[in-house]
Design a protein around this ligand. Sequence first.
Ligand SMILES: Nc1nc2c(c(=O)[nH]1)N[C@H]1C(S)=C(S)[C@@H](COP(=O)(O)OP(=O)(O)OC[C@H]3O[C@@H](n4cnc5c(=O)[nH]c(N)nc54)[C@H](O)[C@@H]3O)O[C@H]1N2
Ligand SMILES: Nc1nc2c(c(=O)[nH]1)N[C@H]1C(S)=C(S)[C@@H](COP(=O)(O)OP(=O)(O)OC[C@H]3O[C@@H](n4cnc5c(=O)[nH]c(N)nc54)[C@H](O)[C@@H]3O)O[C@H]1N2
Ligand code: SF4
Ligand SMILES: [Mo]
Length: 884
Amino acid sequence: MVKEVKTTCPYCGVGCGVIATVEGDGTVAVKGDPEHPANFGRLCSKGSALAETIGLDGRVLFPEVLGQRTGWDVALDLVARKFSDAIAEHGPDSVAFYVSGQLLTEDYYVANKLMKGFIGSANIDTNSRLCMSSSVAGHRRAFGADTVPGVYEDLELADVVILTGSNLAWCHPVLYQRIAAAKTARPAMRIVVIDPRRTMTCDIADLHLAIRPDGDVALFMGLLGHLAVSPTIDRDYIDAHTQGFPEAFAKASALSFTEIMERTGLPAMQLRKFFRLFETNEKVVTCYSQGVNQSSSGTDKVNAIINCHLATGRIGRLGMGPFSLTGQPNAMGGREVGGLANMLAAHMAIENPEDRDRVQRFWASPTMAEKAGLKAVDMFKAVADGRIKALWIMATNPVVSMPDADAVEAAIKACPFVVVSDILRDTDTARHAHVLLPSLGWGEKDGTVTNSERRISRQRGFLAFPGEARADWWQMAEVGRRMGFSGFDYASPAEIFAEHAVLSAFENSGSRDFDIGAYAHIDDAGYRTLAPFQWPQPAATGSCVTRFFAEGGFYTPDRKARFIPIEASSADRTSENYPLTLNTGRIRDHWHTMTRTGKSPRLSSHIAEPFAEIHPRDAMDLGIRGAGLVELESPHGKVIVRALVTERQALGSVFVPMHWNDQFAAKARVDALVAPVTDPHSGQPASKNVAIALRPFEAAFYGFAVSAAKPMVPDAEYWALAKADGGWRIELGFKSPVEDWTVWCRNTFNLSAGLEPIGYADRQSGDLRLAFFQDGRLLAAVFLSNQPVAVARNWALDQLKADHSDLRKRFGIVAGRPGADQPDPGATVCSCFSVGVNSIVSAIRTGCHSVDAVGKQTNAGTNCGSCRAEIKGIIDGCLAAAAE
Ligand SMILES: Nc1nc2c(c(=O)[nH]1)N[C@H]1C(S)=C(S)[C@@H](COP(=O)(O)OP(=O)(O)OC[C@H]3O[C@@H](n4cnc5c(=O)[nH]c(N)nc54)[C@H](O)[C@@H]3O)O[C@H]1N2
Ligand SMILES: Nc1nc2c(c(=O)[nH]1)N[C@H]1C(S)=C(S)[C@@H](COP(=O)(O)OP(=O)(O)OC[C@H]3O[C@@H](n4cnc5c(=O)[nH]c(N)nc54)[C@H](O)[C@@H]3O)O[C@H]1N2
Ligand code: SF4
Ligand SMILES: [Mo]
């Protein structure tokens, strides 16, 4: 029997609808839901590979106490007792929850209710602090509420789309595709990308502003100064619906054009072009993401952008407005339930006594947190200095993702009682848990998520619960009950959602933006079939207003928006010892700390090891060569990664992805370098502007290996492991030569002592290759050299699947190069169809000069389309090279 279930992608905040098909034999396939208004059938590479990530390998299937399996009763009683004891002895602020924008709204609601309304502390914070909190703070300062005014359609209707601090092509690929399609249909549409790096997103840009790190405040203040003296300024809107324009304008106009040039690092021509584009096009949307939020001036950046939209009255109308692109699938849902330490449920304010009283009456709770709790960075400081006695971490991996990650790890290790709820048994964080609770993952759990355009969609389970795993909301509710609290007797997520909906409408009458009262009476059946909808949905209306603020109606006491006067501050953190700026972020095919995407061979093939993007001049000055290894150091830690020398990178700045953890690399948790510097308003860490030193990592030997089975942790100073089709691939670097490589291989690949390799050594070049076979199959092969190893990776991996009964073929492997009959496809570009760069270049050579033509010949880019920007880059590169 075939089962088809409509659900929502668990990755980014685009919130694409997915149809999962479960075949009779249990195999799962996923495709885009053509009816879902976020994606209309599209999916990106991560969404398309979802079926590869739901296997049970690595899962935690039973509750564990100190690494030993136990039953739920024992585990939950222990958690309840430890939390109650800490509260009794040291007060409610001695305990904390650190949760996640990847929880479902129902999980999040229960966690927040338990901490703020029953434990009576606001020490619940979330990884959204590292993600969206500057947007939240900026929205609240300007609008009086955390409201995203626009909808996705605005991105297609706009005449100018500004993408600042957003690598949309890789991080919100389906929105990128929607914009790219709109531009193809309407070529007059203009796209501006503001990013220190030339990212793949620049591929559709008419203007790329390679801004200096944290130059955004100056840029948008400059824009405000320009707009204010242009005919575009909307005096009527300013007078009717805002306050504070003169003060904001005074600050903006105090900044001279020369200062703006200096702070942004942008030439006058580019600045003027940008200002004119904004001035002369009414339909402008300014989208922003982590290049804006993750900054010590993140909240000011958000308000500098909003100021420009308020000054022109371009907000909440078709094709206009500021647009915060949320990262996680439920960043927005978490904000709706008040999951941040400084918020209350249903967009109410913790600092407001009436709001506190209202929520307390609604929950009939015995106590209520009276002030904001500890924000993430401060929370882990409190864990470190012993103020927090019991900590519950749920659906996040702070040992990898928090700034000053080594200190965070040390704090967690030293905490008297740590509970971790995760789906995996061995994450960098879970390994330190006293109690490890097995949660349900995507495909198993049930609930709702809200995407960047305020659209609430169902995630539906379609797989059996594995082992004894249980939903996160259930775990929290059970502990609440066991701590003796009433109000946690939920039978289903539908009941929790209904309570959340009732609270959103409770004593609201239009005073709060978040109102989904229309769903107050939803039952199990209604919840089962709930179609995606956008908030607000108040009970009375039935119809949905999808945009905010075109006619004012802000959520401040006088219903007027606030202009925020901003100081342009300097954020150059470099010094003599740490002369470069580290910028961190994402790559196309991995998700955060790789616990899920690391399971997929397809997703691991696009970029298989951690790297640092370095400008050619910096590389030359520091004696770094492409494909060599580099060490990055800050006062907080060190990492070793591969050097990627590229002109896409700005001079003086280095980019390292955030994804690699201790399971997949020797020393590549980039957050170990990141200083715990935060924005003063939002508490969001400045993860994109860190002072570091960079130097070559001198390896005596470099290596590349393939292995049919998962290897042991290699004894090497540098290693990076990636799952591949048919096995694993490992990049290696050794500080000094290994005494006996055969023994090293046997240990690393877990081979029996009697197994002898076929070997090849070239005395002149120092190259050494060893391959181990059993029953005509390759078990493992290692290619070593005193230079970065040039062996064709995908060819070597293919050997794991080939038949090697023929001895000549075995020697082909240690020869280290493909035979004429096995062309090397090159590094993977299209992960859906495993098309490598060499195959794409061959297609271009035969006359395919457009992305579509390459697709026709090779299939590359014809499924999810995430690699189309890269294919275009390869075509442009080949054509430019041919023209030279
Ligand atoms: N493939 C993939 N997609 C994802 C995720 C993932 O892990 N993988 N995670 C999701 C999540 S949770 C999030 S929050 C989003 C993040 O989505 P994005 O914010 O688009 O991603 P980042 O790569 O973190 O950062 C975006 C860009 O900001 C630039 N930047 C750095 N400093 C500055 C600056 O001072 N000013 C400006 N204007 N730009 C700057 C960086 O160079 C980078 O290209 O992605 C979501 N989507
Ligand atoms: N340097 C640097 N650091 C960053 C960033 C950056 O750009 N640069 N970005 C920041 C941002 S924007 C974000 S959002 C964070 C993300 O950082 P994290 O939240 O730490 O990253 P994830 O890997 O998504 O962690 C999710 C964890 O939950 C588990 N999990 C998955 N599904 C479930 C479930 O249903 N229930 C439970 N209980 N567990 C589950 C996963 O196995 C994993 O361990 O990183 C932040 N850190
Ligand atoms: S764009 Fe990709 S990762 Fe984001 S929700 Fe859609 S399919 Fe998932
Ligand atoms: Mo995020």
